[in-house]
Structure formats: C-alpha cells, structure tokens
Design a protein around this ligand. Sequence first.
Ligand SMILES: [Fe+2]
Length: 164
Amino acid sequence: MTTKTLKDLFIHSLSDIYSAEKQMTKSLPKMALASTNLGLRAAFEKHLEETQGQIERIDEVVEATGIKLKRVKCVAMEGLVEECQEQIDEIEKGPVLDTALIAAAQKVEHYEIAAYGSLIALAKQLGETAAVNLLGETLKEEKATDEKLSLLAEEKVAAEALGK
Ligand SMILES: [Fe+2]
C-alpha cells in the first residue's frame, strides 16, 4: 500500500489522468479520421491540440508541486477507448457513426471532468495554488469540449443521422 496520505492520492490521481490524456492523443486522430461531419472532425482535431497542451500543463503541475509521477495506466480510459474503437470497427462511416463518436467522446470528457474536479479539490486541500489554477484551465477546456459536442449532437449530426 503506497497510497496513505492525501498527497499520495493526489500523485496517484495526477499520474492516472496523465496516462488518460496520453491515451487520448492516440485515440483522437482515429476519431477525427472516422468522422464524416466536418465540424465534428474539426472538433476532434482541435481537442487533440488541447490535449497536448493539457499534458504539458500536467508537467507544469509536477514542477510546481515538486512531486514525481508514477507509472500507472488509466484502465478506465483504456476501456473507453476500446469501446470507441469497437464502434469505429462496427459502424459504417457516416452520420450514425458520427453520433456514436460524439457519445464516446462525451463519455471521455465526463470522465476527465470528474478526474480534474477531484484533483482540484485535492490540490486546494494541499494548499497547492499553482496546481489549482493550472488544473482549472484544463477543466474549463474539457467542459467547453463537452458542450461543443452536445451542440453538434443536437444540431447537424443528429439531423444528418435522421436523414434530414
Ligand atoms: Fe483532456
């Protein structure tokens, strides 16, 4: 048992989301390629860039707090990525796959929103103000991405999936 204190928990949780973000840098290009709707493809491409920035931000948190990340694999994200890949393999390219990709991406965003929210709460308890601010910027980006995906689902993609 190596996780005993809140600081240990913070280190573990940060290492976990680091792994999750790294996995997304591999998955997002595949999601962009599988999308037919151009707005959706652009949203995935933009979020790939953001994700790279989010990884750099985690490096900044590591520097600001003086902690050392652990080698962990985020198995939750591994499962979400795997389910997304199953949809890409099973559904023909087009509006229905686009709808499935939006749902898969929103599951990822909701996981990340929960993870960053908890990390921010932990950083506050530990008095790590720089980490609170850095992680807060990422949380904002994840929320904005989630909202953008909701809009896409409600507007264009849904209409295309219904053949309108
Ligand atoms: Fe992210």
